[in-house]
Design a binder for this molecule. Sequence first.
Ligand code: HEM
Length: 257
Amino acid sequence: HAETHIENFSFSYEGPFGTFDQNQLQRGLQIYTEICAACHGMEYVAYRTLAEEGGPGLPEDQMRAYAQQFEVFDESLADGQGDYRTATPADYFPESSLSNAPDLSLMGKARAGFHGPYGTGLNQLFNGMGGGEYIASLLVGYEEPPECAPEDFEGYYNTAFDAGGYPASCIDEDGHHMAPGSWIAMPQPLYGEDIVFNDGHSNELHEEAKDVAAFIMWASEPHMAARKQAGFAGVIGLSVLAVLLYLTNKRLWAPHK
Ligand code: HEM
């Protein structure tokens, strides 16, 4: 395994009480739509989720208008021959249009920024598996290729990506990689100032990378906030139960002391 550079971005959704930042998800949706969707699909995410609580929270009419930009193939139309129609909120985002670009629906869960458990494992408890850190680091991880590489080596050098090609001329006698990362098939998609946001938020490369990474994390777990709330209620409930059981136990055994 090659060494990679993963930056520890700080996201609002981290920690036991973390929630997604609605404005950030709306910016992320805009970046995904205008840039990433040229190659990547998100076939497990339905348009209606864009209006759900805990997500980008688009107003109902905006969510409908978003869906209506797309066409879907409906097998029930034209006497079972199938035909295209305008998408509705119940339909799903398209699949990837570029065959070697992976679908982004579950990418947030499929990748990890921190491989663990390190030490006590507390980093993962508080910061998660780092899918967002990985994706944001990948997007800011494009650099000039190291000098050891042949100029015509295939792909784009990226310091966060470790699953790509690696030139033999960059491996030393001990088998160590002389430069972090590897060569990825995705050309650098973001450079900074790619998008102008309605909310006036910064469009520096780091900010854009963070926004779209948060959006991809939301897509892979749209009901995260509800899960955390239920978990918290569960912990509180069990704590109360533990206190009551302790007191009951004391009282039951009191006469026998
Ligand atoms: C791979 C995100 C834009 C083509 C990936 C991966 C992510 C990603 C997370 C998976 C990396 C991994 O396997 O660990 C994004 C985002 C984009 C974007 C957030 C927009 C900001 C694009 C565009 C293209 C593209 C515009 C096409 C020109 C690819 C390809 C791969 C890939 C071909 C596979 C790379 C490989 O396995 O070597 N992308 N992408 N992506 N993306 Fe993108």
